[in-house]
Write a protein that binds this ligand. Structure first.
Ligand SMILES: [Zn+2]
Ligand SMILES: [Zn+2]
Length: 278
C-alpha cells in the first residue's frame, strides 16, 4: 500500500511533523474478525466447509462432466453466520480512516520512502503489509507566503537556488541591498558597495545558506553539528524600457563629453574591455 505526500520546501528546511489520513481496511473490533454477533460461526451445510460444490452434468447417456463451482450459500467462505455482526454486517472487516504522523526531518531528500510496518489493509486471512509513504515536494508558489519577495527557492539536493532582479543602476553602479527572507524566516543579506558591478546572469554562492544536511547523510566526524549546503543567487539585470527625456539628454551629453575626452567610440566598443573573460 503506497501513498504520496507532498510538503512545501519550508518543511524540508525546518523539519516538520505532518499528519495524514488514509482509508484502510481494518478487522472489525466488535466481532474480532469473526463476522458473527454472538461469536458463533457454523460450517456451511451446503458445501461442508469446503467453499466449493461439485456439480455433475450428464453430457450423454453415461457420460458425465464434473464441474467445481463456488458455493453460493457461503460465497466460497465455507462458513455461515446466523447472527451477523451489526457493525461490519458479517463482512469481518471495515473501511476506516486512520491518521498517521509523518516526521519530515531536516534536509530529508525529496523522493524519500517512509515505511510504516504492517499498516496496510488488514484481514483475518492474511498478515497486513506495509504502508509506504513517498515524500514529495509541493511546487513553490502554491504555498502562501513563499512568494512574499516576488520569488521562490528551488532545491537541488543540498543546494538552494534563488533569482534576484537588479536594476541597471544597481548592477552597474553598486550601492544596493536586499534582505532575503529564508525558509525559516531568517534574513540573508545581499548587496554591493558603490562601484561594485554585477554582471547579468552572474551567480553568487553563499556558503551555509542552502539546505540543512540530513542527519543520516552527515559525515561522522561532524556528527551533531548542523551542516548546510550552498545558496546560489542568480542575478537578472533589467534595463529600463525608456528613460525620461531630460535624463536621457543628460546621460547622452555625459557620454559625449567622455567620448571626446578619452576617445571611447560608443558606436563600436561602448567601453567594453578588450579581452572579455566571461
Ligand atoms: Zn458453502
Ligand atoms: Zn463485525
Amino acid at each position: 500500500m503506497e501513498v504520496r505526500i507532498a510538503v512545501p520546501l519550508r518543511d524540508f528546511y525546518n523539519g516538520h511533523e505532518h499528519e495524514f489520513s488514509i482509508e484502510k481496511q481494518q478487522i472489525c473490533e466488535e466481532c474480532e474478525g469473526s463476522g458473527s454477533a454472538d461469536g458463533a460461526v457454523d460450517t456451511c451445510s451446503q458445501c461442508g466447509g469446503r467453499g466449493v460444490v461439485v456439480q455433475k452434468h450428464m453430457l450423454a447417456p453415461g457420460i458425465f462432466q464434473q464441474m467445481q463451482m463456488q458455493c453460493d450459500k457461503c460465497s466460497g467462505k465455507g462458513k455461515t453466520i446466523k447472527h451477523k455482526c451489526p457493525v461490519c454486517n458479517g463482512q469481518r472487516v471495515l473501511k476506516k480512516v486512520v491518521t498517521h504522523t509523518l516526521q519530515v526531518e531536516k534536509g530529508m531528500p525529496k523522493g524519500s520512502r517512509v515505511v510504516y510496518e504492517n499498516e496496510a489493509d488488514e484481514s483475518p486471512d492474511w498478515e497486513a503489509g506495509d504502508l509506504v509513504v513517498h515524500l514529495g515536494e509541493k511546487e513553490a508558489g502554491y504555498e502562501e507566503g513563499l512568494r512574499e519577495d516576488g520569488g521562490f527557492f528551488r532545491r537541488k539536493g543540498r543546494d538552494v537556488f534563488w533569482k534576484e532582479v537588479l536594476s541597471l543602476r544597481e548592477a552597474w553602479m553598486g550601492d544596493w541591498e536586499r534582505n532575503l527572507t529564508h525558509l525559516d524566516g531568517h534574513t540573508v543579506r545581499l548587496g554591493r558597495k558603490r562601484g561594485e558591478v554585477v554582471q547579468p546572469n552572474q551567480v553568487e554562492i553563499v556558503q551555509e545558506e542552502g539546505m540543512p544536511v540530513w542527519l543520516q547523510e552527515q559525515e561522522q566526524e561532524r556528527a551533531g553539528e548542523e551542516e548546510f549546503g550552498k545558496l546560489h543567487v542568480e542575478y537578472t539585470v533589467v534595463l529600463p524600457d525608456q528613460i525620461e527625456k531630460p535624463m536621457e539628454k543628460e546621460f547622452w551629453a555625459l557620454w559625449e563629453k567622455w567620448r571626446k575626452k578619452i576617445g571611447v567610440n560608443l558606436g563600436s566598443d561602448s567601453g567594453r574591455p578588450e579581452h572579455t573573460e566571461l
